[in-house]
Write a protein that binds this ligand. Sequence first.
Ligand code: SF4
Length: 195
Amino acid sequence: MKPANSETIESQALDNDAHPLDHLIRTDRIPHIWCPGCGIGTAFSAALRGLAASGIDLAKTCVVSGIGCSGRAAGYVNLDSFHTTHGRAIPFATGLKLGNPELNVVVFSGDGDLFAIGGNHFIHAARRNMDLTVICLNNLNYGMTGGQVAATTPHQAKTTTTQNGNPEAPFNLPLLAFAAGAPSWPAGPSCIPAS
Ligand code: SF4
């Protein structure tokens, strides 16, 4: 499937039979790999709806992901997108922005990719404020590889590699982004249980 451009986005959005996000998804790649009920699907949908509602030129918008469950997003979005190596989504996005400052560059990846192996890249991207949008899906562990402890795993939480409880303190991601100089750092759950 060809990446979306302004013309295809407009014509497909007018097709009443289409799902509202069909024009932004590589439907030939569906079914996706995400587990039923995983918050990644909710976040992915919200990100695409936000892109569609923002009014930005989607023909000048790129999505970059790293490795992990969330990293599969780049393969599903029908824009120019890049599924990069582990921990290197932000440096790849930095290169895109340096090469063409007009691009809207969105990084969509997980906590392991962005804050463990890629943590150094995150703090320097925040410090430089290069007009990148970084969306981190924080599932508090390494989900794709079996639920191992991560840099975001809560203290005393049990994982496959901390069966007596995690002895380490986790990163507080919004505070880390703030301390590194990011201009904004909204955070929230992918769903709110009904009361
Ligand atoms: S392994 Fe975890 S993070 Fe990955 S898709 Fe399944 S529920 Fe989501």
